[in-house]
Ligand binder design. Structure first.
Ligand code: COA
Length: 699
């Protein structure tokens, strides 16, 4: 028989059951060619009397993992017709069975919900993660899900975007049967069993029960969980609508809202982040076959906040850790913090009590670096002092086994200079974790001039093992993230000098979507930390420390939340910043001393100024080759510094504003424009185009 579906679908027969296999590696995304193939297969099956039922299954590692995210940028007429395909399934006169394995996500799961029945392997997962891309399930998901699981559960699933396993999905009625053994065999047998069922049980024909309380609760909660985002609001409206209108009306409205969400800058930003995160793992010139080292045991030097947090990453991944301190007291304190953090997770139900002990059992405390001889990776996490780090690396060189990776968690210092004190600089790398290190997803992987490819490849692999997003950066003061943060803070300080209040600056960044503005953040981290880092950097550069009103706040003994006062007051141990009259006076005196007449700045101008500063510094970082691509900078700033994913990171955000506008903002504030930024603006390009052109020239 000739194949009637030449596209990305393979057609086969098992007696009276037609099997349509989606064949679009790696994840069977719903790309052009998939709907054409499915529709052709269904058309053929509809008119063929020897076909009594149809099974749809994914080839390779998964069922359809969703719409093809790349096609969202296509004009509508070229976009693959997912809704039309599901409509065809819904109207199909014979039973259709979706056979699920791997991850049936987004449009893939919606297509399954459009089938008459769903069967799955025990390991399959189903879910509607569109909200994570600033979208909503646009192919019936918001209308069908409440018809199966009710409003409350539907909202939980769609607003969290978190997939559920086959067993809970079966309990919810989303899956009809779990197939032990071969999925296709089980699915065909199931199809044969239901082949004569009539009328066909279509989800679209079921009623959805109203649940105004759940709707109201969701409206309240998304204000906090999805602050400033558009698509969660649409989702709540649409799920509500499912209970109040016939399927077709709700479905039509869902289509309209989907296009609005898809065309919004928020979704563009989140889609950009999806690919940016995956792109970061690809290093030009680093061969995929580069050998990596198995990391079976890790050493951590320093049991302070950073060292303890870093150790927990490996304990969580089941990798034993030896942690070293200089004094028993510090070691005890560090261990206690780790234990307490785990116990707090257990109390919140995030960890089982027996797992707390399992993790602690993997931890070996010691006061001697000599105990690190069997570690495959040793991470130094002591305070930022070049002399101290050099001393540690000299000693490490003597105790570490050959082939061990020696890493520093420095956030500012020259990794190459640290490496140079060892006899094996090619084994040395920077692994810059972000506080709290057991939680923050970013890992800056700092490649020094002599770091070997194998050490780099191992570090990238390791970042995935411990659930981090690893981004490779080069050496400079502050690497990518902190260097941008310094420029941003300096500009914030200038904005205050010129007339803005610290709270107006923080409010502007809040309005942009950052959880905290620069002053609330510095107060939380400790205002003295930035002060000391700036002083050390100035000393290293042999320059006087630039004058800044924030340093005068520190000089008053106001070091942030920990002293009950920083840029803000924190009365009675509270963590809520309250504007401080004392700091207000200090700022006014500072302005008078500098002869500055304060001028008010609008919120929009503060946002434009601070985001333009980030993009400008990012452009310099790109020019210097410290970051490989603009999208890497976006990944760093989003995962490490709270820049909202729905803005797509500072470089993407600048491109969305238009780089000419960004240049104008910088000039208006008397800032020197990075040559790369100026060139791209003149050529009318975006940072994404810059990345694409560079990638092309590297292949
Ligand atoms: N559209 C287009 N490309 C997709 C895709 C999609 N829906 N899902 C995954 N890909 C691509 C990735 O970009 C990656 O490409 P690369 O190898 O060129 O970098 C490749 O498929 C593998 O994806 P990856 O995420 O690295 O694999 P994984 O095994 O860790 O995870 C998934 C697989 C399916 C769980 C994960 O890719 C995912 O969550 N995808 C998005 C699902 C989704 O949101 N669907 C709804 C869309 S509206």
């Amino acid at each position: 028989m000739t194949d009637p579906t030449p596209h990305l679908i393979r057609t086969s027969r098992d007696g009276d059951v037609l099997i349509l296999t989606i064949d679009n590696p790696p994840v069977n995304a719903f790309s052009p060619g998939v709907p054409e193939g499915l529709k052709a297969g269904l058309d053929a099956a509809a008119t063929d009397d020897t076909v009594r039922a149809v099974v749809i299954i994914g080839g390779g590692r998964t069922f359809i993992a969703g719409a093809d995210i790349r096609t969202f940028n296509l004009p509508r007429e070229q976009a693959p017709d997912l809704r039309g395909t599901i409509a065809k399934l819904d109207a199909f006169p014979k039973p259709t069975v979706a056979a699920l394995h791997g991850t049936a996500l987004g449009g893939g799961f919606e297509l399954a919900l459009g089938c008459t029945y769903r069967v799955a392997t025990p390991g399959a997962k189903v879910g509607l993660p569109e909200v994570k891309l600033g979208l909503l399930p646009g192919a019936g998901g918001t209308q069908r899900l409440p018809r199966v699981v009710g409003v409350k559960k539907a909202l939980d699933l769609i607003l969290s975007g978190t997939p559920v396993g086959a067993a809970p999905a079966r309990d919810l009625g989303l899956i009809d049967e779990i197939v032990e053994g071969d999925l296709l065999t089980g699915a065909v047998a199931f199809a044969r069993r239901v082949a004569d069922v009539r009328p066909l049980p279509r989800i679209s024909e079921r009623p959805a029960q109203p649940d105004p309380e759940a709707i109201e609760a969701a409206r309240q909660s998304i204000r906090k969980t999805h602050r400033g985002q558009l698509s969660p609001q649409f989702i709540v409206d649409l799920v509500d609508l499912a209970t109040r209108t016939p399927f077709n009306e709700g479905h039509a409205e869902e289509g309209v809202k989907f296009v609005q969400a898809k065309d919004s800058p928020q979704s563009r930003g989140m889609r950009h982040m999806f690919f940016a995160e995956r792109e970061a793992a690809k290093i030009p010139g680093l061969d995929k076959t580069t050998p990596t080292t198995d990391i079976r045991r890790v050493g951590v030097i320093g049991a302070g906040t950073m060292g303890g947090g870093i150790a927990m990453n490996f304990l969580n991944a089941g990798i034993p850790v030896t942690i070293v301190e200089t004094a028993q007291e510090n070691l005890d304190r560090g261990l206690n913090t780790i234990r307490k953090t785990y116990e707090a997770s257990a109390a919140k139900g995030r960890l089982k009590l027996e797992d707390v002990q399992k993790r602690l059992d993997l931890l070996t405390p010691t006061l001697s670096m000599n105990d690190l001889g069997d570690a495959d990776l040793i991470i130094e996490a002591v305070f930022e002092d070049m002399a101290v780090k050099k001393d540690i690396f000299t000693r490490l060189d003597a105790v570490a086994k050959p082939g061990a990776i020696l890493a520093t968690n420095t956030s500012t210092l020259d990794v190459g200079e640290i490496a140079a004190v060892t006899s094996r600089p090619e084994q040395v790398i920077g692994l810059h974790f972000f506080s709290p290190a057991n939680i923050m997803k970013l890992l800056e992987i700092v490649r020094a001039d002599r770091t070997s490819d194998s050490v780099l490849a191992t570090s990238l692999k390791l970042s995935r093992t411990i659930g981090k997003v690893g981004v490779v950066v080069g050496v400079c003061n502050g690497f990518v993230g902190n260097r941008m943060l310094y420029a941003y803070r300096e500009q914030a300080s200038k904005a205050v000098l010129e007339g803005a209040t610290p709270q107006a600056v923080d409010a502007a960044m809040n309005a942009l979507g950052l959880p905290m503005g620069p002053y609330a953040m510095s107060d939380m981290a400790g205002l003295d930390i930035g002060y000391m880092a700036r002083r050390a950097a100035a000393e290293r550069a042999g320059q006087p420390m630039p004058d800044d009103w924030v340093d005068r706040v520190v000089q008053l003994g106001r070091k942030g939340q920990k002293t009950g006062a920083g840029v803000y007051d924190y009365p009675d141990g509270s963590r809520t910043p309250v504007p401080s009259p004392a700091v207000d006076d200090l700022i006014q005196a500072y302005r008078a001393e500098k002869g500055v007449q304060p001028r008010e700045a609008t919120q929009d101008d503060l946002i434009a100024r601070l985001t333009a500063t980030l993009a400008n510094e990012g452009a310099r970082i790109l020019e210097e080759g410290i970051a490989l691509r603009a999208s890497d900078i976006d990944t760093i700033y989003t995962y490490g510094y709270g820049f909202p994913a729905y803005r797509g990171g500072p470089m993407h955000y600048a491109s969305e504003q238009g780089l000419t506008t960004v240049v104008q903002t910088l000039e208006r504030h008397g800032l020197e424009v990075a040559p790369l930024l100026r060139r791209l603006a003149q050529e009318g390009k975006t940072f994404a185009q810059y990345d694409a052109e560079r990638a092309k020239s590297q292949t």
